[in-house]
Design a protein around this ligand. Structure first.
Ligand code: ADP
Length: 190
């Protein structure tokens, strides 16, 4: 629907605010970081036209916990909190046989945490990412182009708007997200 005020004048800057804006949590997994795919992955969401509102490289503290053993009890506690938090992130999967390997994989090195915003971003990001099994993922998708195995599928994307909000809340602290208006906004949407 066209957006106008009482005078009937078209106000394009109000259109975006009328749309259902969604958020999704996208994460380049440790294999994506190690293989130097971070730029390519970010680029696909940027070029599509979604808005980046949060971005950080995050070193999963498992190595730290293994290295510091029991003397550094605070860090070890931190590690346990982190594991519980990962279990919360993957709460639908923690009864699956591959769950311990999944945690091992996700904590095996730095990950790139991202929050992206836009109308329809959750489902669209899932399409850009492709099927869970990279061999089934369509060419042109991230997994279809860049991966060969489910256990090394380079990227995570939230599966619903509710989980998008939930996961952004888990992975980002208050103050780490940035609200801004991209200069290209008027060239992306009428
Ligand atoms: P998606 O990441 O496509 O939303 P799921 O939510 O089903 O897929 O699974 C979450 C992650 O768990 C996958 O991306 C993958 O890293 C891992 N995973 C899922 N199924 C398997 C499996 N059969 N073997 C190993 N890892 C798996």
């Amino acid at each position: 629907a066209r957006n106008s005020n009482e005078t009937g004048i078209f106000l394009p800057h109000l259109v975006a605010s009328m749309e259902q804006v969604e958020e999704t949590y996208i994460m380049v997994k440790p294999d994506g970081v190690q293989r130097g795919l971070v730029g390519d992955i970010i680029s696909r969401f940027e070029k599509k036209g979604f808005k980046l509102t949060g971005l950080k490289l995050f070193q999963c503290p498992k190595d730290l916990a293994e290295a510091c053993c029991w003397e550094f009890i605070d860090d070890f506690n931190l590690f346990n909190i982190y594991l519980q938090w990962l279990q919360e992130h993957y709460k639908d999967l923690n009864s699956k046989p591959f769950f311990p390997k999944l945690i091992e994989y996700i904590t095996s090195g730095p990950v790139v945490c991202m929050a992206w915003e836009g109308a329809g971003v959750v489902a669209s990001a899932r399409k850009l990412i492709g099927s869970t099994d990279p061999l089934q993922a369509e060419p042109g998708t991230i997994r279809g182009d860049l991966a060969v195995q489910t256990g090394r599928n380079v990227v995570h994307g939230s599966d619903s708007p509710e989980n998008g909000k939930r996961e952004i809340g888990l992975w980002f602290k208050e103050g780490e997200l940035c609200q801004w208006t991209p200069a290209q906004a008027q060239w992306l949407r009428e």
